[in-house]
Ligand binder design. Structure first.
Ligand code: NAG
Ligand code: NAG
Ligand code: NAG
Ligand code: NAG
Ligand code: NAG
Ligand code: NAG
Ligand code: NAG
Ligand code: NAG
Ligand code: NAG
Length: 463
């Protein structure tokens, strides 16, 4: 043969006209695209032979010859077909079973081919999306019904992070049956748990999602900093308020079920009557916070106010110390320094304001650090008074006192706005400073030009 190949390369036709050509080579081949089957399927696997003298036989994994179809033999059998260029012997398996997996051989004389059939059962999780509620301090079991064959690889994730029970044995335990146990539940365990199930041999993947909520007692946090008050016995917060002004004091809690809030004025360290006037206490419908609207009319309105948040799991409270604070000074000047179709940039100066230097914040109640500015932009309509109630409001913090430029957006293009600005400190806001009207641009023409250029560039690339 090798000689023949060399001959083909060098002499072309000579080889094919050799007079003493042997009989054509006998061949045998199993023609199976895939050998991975799911339980219950019916399959026909073909074995093709050419130029054979002996008949083709199929042998089961145990080495037994597979018979043709008969009343006794109706699940696994062979058929025989003759084709122009050889014989085709399909092995037919009805309702394939896991025990049918193994090495099947097609043979004729001393020629044979063996293929391993993998019969599996794909994991089928009936309920792929469940919600579960646990109780604080107790444990909860999240099941993952990954029954299949071959046994799948199961991995649990919490909010996209893989859970490794070996690393956190006090929190998690993953059982033999893939159940995830979460111990000593608390609010931090709330989240999305996903069990990912993979059967590599079957190229099969599925998953189950568990939305876990936990009933727990209220946890109070500062709505501005989003910091949870550390677990001390008496939680307190210093608040500054301006005389003759209104101060909103917000009490926020994470809790499940949603909490009930109660406010009390405190005198000499004791709760007075609860404050429940609906004009004074506004609690959000979802229970995330309750606002005490304090109108500081006289010195005696300063002092201590307690907020308590309670649900069936417990109660937490915080005492707000309301201190007198000074109103900040308004900015000296505000000028427009930049405009485009969506944004306006202003230069704001406030020579009398005290800004934080680094992390140093003035807590002198008469001289509180300026936190930032509040901008209001109202669309100008000729012949109408300025509609400040319908104005867009932007609260911008002073991050670096050296940087006096502040950008507000997204606004409408080619629109004139009335603008006013005030400073903000921990106690409240300054008077407004109204400034000259500002207009966003309409550079539609320039935009169109740019667009044309892009199209031109694309066209150049294409041709
Ligand atoms: C099938 O044959 C291969 C190769 O000889 C072997 O590795 C495999 O274990 C066999 N499979 C079974 C189920 O006997
Ligand atoms: C297979 O059988 C053929 C004839 O049936 C014989 O010529 C050949 O040598 C055999 N091959 C092997 C590897 O036994
Ligand atoms: C799963 O359930 C949650 C809550 O019941 C629902 O918000 C979500 O849309 C569901 N997702 C899917 C993919 O069905
Ligand atoms: C508060 O308002 C009262 C009456 O409206 C007024 O007499 C008093 O001067 C005001 N105090 C301050 C600090 O603005
Ligand atoms: C205080 O809260 C009330 C109700 O949410 C709101 O209408 C009012 O504008 C707030 N006042 C301040 C100064 O933030
Ligand atoms: C407008 O200016 C702002 C600030 O300079 C910039 O962030 C924004 O991308 C600009 N928008 C457009 C459409 O040019
Ligand atoms: C902002 O305004 C102040 C006072 O008018 C001026 O000194 C400063 O240079 C301005 N800054 C910029 C960036 O325009
Ligand atoms: C406020 O503080 C600044 C700097 O800390 C100081 O220069 C200024 O005199 C203080 N003003 C008052 C009224 O205390
Ligand atoms: C300006 O706004 C108008 C109306 O909203 C819109 O049709 C137009 O496309 C905008 N022009 C630009 C350049 O954004």
């Amino acid at each position: 043969m090798r000689w023949c190949l060399t001959a083909v390369l060098f002499l072309g036709l000579v080889c094919s006209v050799r007079p003493d050509e042997e009989l054509p080579e006998p061949t045998l081949r199993i023609m199976a695209r895939s050998t991975v089957y799911n339980v219950g399927e019916t399959k026909a696997i073909f074995c093709k032979g050419q130029n054979l003298i002996e008949p083709i036989q199929w042998l089961s994994p145990s080495g037994k010859v597979v018979e043709e179809r008969s009343t006794k033999n109706s699940r696994v059998f062979v058929e025989r077909k003759t084709e122009d260029d050889g014989v085709l012997v399909p092995l037919i398996i009805h309702r394939i079973k896991i025990s049918d997996g193994g090495n099947w051989t097609c043979k004729a004389g001393n020629l044979s081919e063996t293929k391993e059939f993998i019969v599996g059962e794909k994991v089928n999780i009936a309920d792929k999306n469940v919600t579960l509620e646990g109780e604080e301090g107790k444990s909860v079991k999240l099941t993952c019904e990954a029954n299949g064959y071959p046994l799948p690889v199961v991995v649990w994730y919490k909010d996209k992070q893989q859970i490794r029970d070996k690393d956190e044995p006090k929190k998690y335990s993953i059982k033999q049956d893939n159940t995830l146990e979460i111990k000593k539940l608390n609010h931090a365990d709330v989240g999305l748990y996903v069990c990912k199930v993979r059967q590599k041999a079957l190229s099969h993947y599925t998953e189950k999602t568990v939305h876990l909520s936990v009933q727990h007692k209220p946890i109070l946090y500062n709505i501005d900093t989003q910091m949870i008050y550390t677990n001390q016995k008496y939680k307190t917060e210093e608040v500054y308020a301006i005389l003759n002004d209104t101060k909103n004091v917000t009490c926020s809690a994470i809790a499940n079920p949603p909490p009930t809030y109660r406010w009390y004025r405190r005198n000499n360290g004791f709760d007075g009557d609860p404050i429940s006037d609906p004009d004074t206490v506004i609690t959000s419908e979802d229970g995330t916070n309750s606002v005490l609207i304090l109108r500081i009319r006289e010195e005696s309105d300063y002092g201590e106010y307690r907020c308590s948040a309670s649900n069936t799991k417990g109660s937490e409270s915080i005492i707000f110390h309301i201190n007198p604070g000074s109103r900040p000074e308004p900015p000296d000047s505000v000028s427009l320094v930049g405009a485009n179709t969506t944004d306006l940039t202003f230069n704001v100066t406030c020579s009398t304001c005290i800004f934080a230097t680094g992390d140093e914040v003035s807590l002198d109640p008469k001289n509180l650090t300026v936190i930032g500015y509040i901008f209001q932009l109202a669309v100008a309509k000729e012949g109408y008074p300025v509609d400040w109630d319908g104005a867009a409001e932007y609260r911008l913090d002073v991050e670096d006192p050296e940087n006096t430029l502040f950008t507000v957006g997204s606004l409408s293009n080619s629109t004139v706005y009335h603008v006013r600005v005030r400073t903000r400190n921990a106690a409240g806001n300054s008077e407004w400073l109204e400034t000259a009207d500002a207009k966003t641009t309409d550079d539609a023409i320039r935009l169109t030009a740019a667009f044309t250029l892009i199209i031109a560039a694309i066209l150049v690339h294409l041709y």
